[in-house]
Design a protein around this ligand. Structure first.
Ligand SMILES: [Fe+2]
Ligand SMILES: [Fe+2]
Length: 308
């Protein structure tokens, strides 16, 4: 077991969000904009299966930790991480059910499920520690993407470059809450990876794999969503896409540099920023969520709370 870096993962709060998606929402809920609605819809379509993979990864890895106080603290933080991701899955499954009612086909979810099954079968002969490290490396890489997208959704609130500025409620709240928690727990999988001795070369290799899955998958699903919306050939759609990625406040300029920070050997997510915006949003919207008490089992060494 590596002692390369002290794990300073802070305690996390699992929150229940007071929103109700049962009444449905409009087809172009993001201010009537076809492109950003289709893009965020695509992201949501990957969350339930992706976040279950993250949960499984950290739970399997936490079972390999020892009984030191440091390991016990990390194990407790992992339980909180699982609680947060399980809540995200639950609400995004409701969100995705409404997308299905609107006629969108979640092909990305099916592809991810097939990829996870393929990977599991191909690596079935690996020792548990090797399996845990590779799954954690994929999870840590994906968590880097979600944390950066989270900082993007919490910055410039109500200003140009706020990509949710005109979103319908309660969806704006849903996305910002998820963004804040992604920022909060961004170091958990990474800390666990390092604690189990995961190295730099393997971290880079799985980052490349995760990048292909994320960028390719989100592009394909966004295009499919736009086609279903009848907006694929619209000039307005592609003007919005250009603005979103390459405009003055475009995603590429705002998160391209921080994204590549991951390639540095000494990178650690805790130093990548975003805490202030997440804390401020959670404080300012405290009436919209409720903290879920931690079960006592979360603190017991060697015990992992069953996830959702
Ligand atoms: Fe999440
Ligand atoms: Fe996450």
């Amino acid at each position: 077991m590596s002692a390369s870096r002290p794990c300073a993962a802070p305690a996390l709060t699992v929150r229940r969000l007071h929103i109700d998606l049962s009444g449905g929402f409009s087809r172009r809920w993001n201010g009537g904009d076809a492109f950003t609605t289709a893009y965020f819809n695509a992201l949501s379509m990957s969350f339930p299966v992706g976040e279950q993979f993250f949960i499984d990864s950290v739970r399997d890895a936490a079972a390999l930790l020892g009984d030191s106080p440091q390991d016990a603290a990390l194990r407790a933080t992992v339980q909180d991480f699982i609680g947060q991701e399980a809540t995200h899955r639950h609400l995004h499954a409701q969100f995705n059910a409404e997308l299905a009612r609107q006629g969108l086909d979640n092909a990305w979810e099916r592809r991810l499920q097939a990829e996870i099954a393929r990977r599991r079968a191909a690596h079935a002969h690996w020792p548990a520690l090797q399996h845990a490290r590779s799954a954690l490396a994929v999870t840590a890489a994906m968590e880097h993407y979600t944390a950066l997208l989270g900082t993007l959704l919490l910055a410039r609130v109500d200003q140009p470059g706020d990509w949710l500025r005109h979103a319908d409620e309660p969806l704006r709240t849903l996305w910002r809450w998820h963004a804040a928690e992604e920022s909060e727990h961004r170091a958990v999988a990474f800390d666990l990876y390092q604690r189990l001795g995961g190295g730099y070369a393997q971290r880079l290799r799985w980052f490349g794999y995760a990048t292909r899955l994320f960028l390719g998958g989100s592009a394909r699903q966004t295009l499919a969503n736009l086609r279903r919306d009848g907006a694929l050939a619209s000039r307005r759609t592609w003007a919005s896409a250009l603005r979103f990625f390459f405009g003055r406040h475009g995603v590429v300029w705002r998160i391209g540099g921080p994204l590549l920070e991951y390639l540095r050997p000494g990178f650690h997510p805790a130093r990548s920023g975003g805490d202030a915006a997440a804390t401020a949003w959670l404080r300012d919207h405290a009436a919209q969520w409720q903290a879920v008490p931690r079960p006592p089992a979360a603190h017991a060494p060697g015990k992992a709370r069953p996830s959702a």
